[in-house]
Design a binder for this molecule. Structure first.
Ligand SMILES: [Zn+2]
Length: 271
């Protein structure tokens, strides 16, 4: 009996368990199956975990890429890196400094592409970088929208040069009153000096003072700086003006000569 039971159980193990198998046998079958299934599940979970860890690596790369491909943020225009120093003068001639934002959002008219532009580099025509490549900030616009790129551009050699030129230009754009007056005076002095040289030339060559006016016209045409034909209603380019200049030059020379004679050790006692 025992033998037949054993054989029957062994048969049932390998054949269908549902037919004549005992509870124990069934339990065995049930126990085996979940273990295998579990193993499969475990491997699956490893694969899942691997794919998760792979995915977790991927976003960091995507993140890196995404930080350089963001939208234009108007808050960038408030960042300290987006400003340059400039000067201006008030109506009293006093100099003041101001910070101006160089960054702006550049929109392509044809395809609507948004890029970054630099007003400062554009103003100073910094279209080429030091290495000879295009400075796109001043031309078509820089196509990577990111704050770190804005900070990087501020350190660009050409941008720095534009900053220097801006300070130089604006701080001297309106010199103070004294230097302006000195400059104007020296220009007028030069013009009067040239008129006087012309008079001296006429006298030294025994020419009529009437030729002073056409001589002035000629000199003006060849680029010599002269006083305008009329200053506040007075004409300085006729024979009368020439005579006045000559008389003035003569009186100055006379005073000069008298002083020299007075200071002379041999002739001084006669004056
Ligand atoms: Zn720039």
């Amino acid at each position: 009996m025992k033998n037949t039971e054993e054989t029957s159980s062994s048969i049932t193990k390998h054949s269908s368990p549902s037919s004549t198998s005992t509870y124990e046998e069934l339990h065995e079958v049930i126990e085996i199956e979940p273990q295998e299934h579990e193993r499969v599940l475990n491997t699956n979970s490893i694969i899942n975990r691997l794919s998760v860890s792979r995915k977790s690596n991927r976003p960091s790369q995507e993140k890196k890429r995404s930080t350089h491909r963001k939208k234009y943020l108007s808050s960038w225009e408030n960042d300290a890196a987006s400003f340059y120093l400039s000067y201006y003068y008030d109506s009293l001639g006093k100099r003041h400094s101001k910070s101006i934002c160089w960054l702006y959002k550049k929109i392509d008219k044809n395809n609507g592409t948004i890029t970054l532009g630099c007003r400062l580099c554009e103003q100073h025509d910094m279209t080429k970088n030091k290495n000879g490549k295009d400075n796109t900030w001043a031309t078509k616009g820089f196509n990577v929208l990111a704050l770190d790129k804005i900070k990087e551009h501020r350190l660009n050699e050409k941008h720095k040069e534009a900053e220097r030129l801006e300070v130089e230009r604006t701080s001297k754009s309106q010199p103070d009153w004294i230097s302006t007056r000195t400059n104007v005076l020296s220009q007028q002095q030069e013009s009067i000096q040239n008129l006087m040289y012309s008079c001296i030339h006429l006298c030294q060559n025994d020419q009529s003072l009437n030729s002073f006016s056409p001589l002035c016209d000629l000199l003006e045409k060849v680029g010599v700086k002269l006083l305008p034909a009329e200053v506040s209603g007075v004409n300085y380019r006729n024979d009368n003006a020439a005579l006045t200049f000559i008389q003035h030059i003569a009186s100055v020379l006379h005073i000069d000569l008298v002083n020299k004679l007075k200071n002379s050790p041999t002739l001084g006692e006669y004056f």
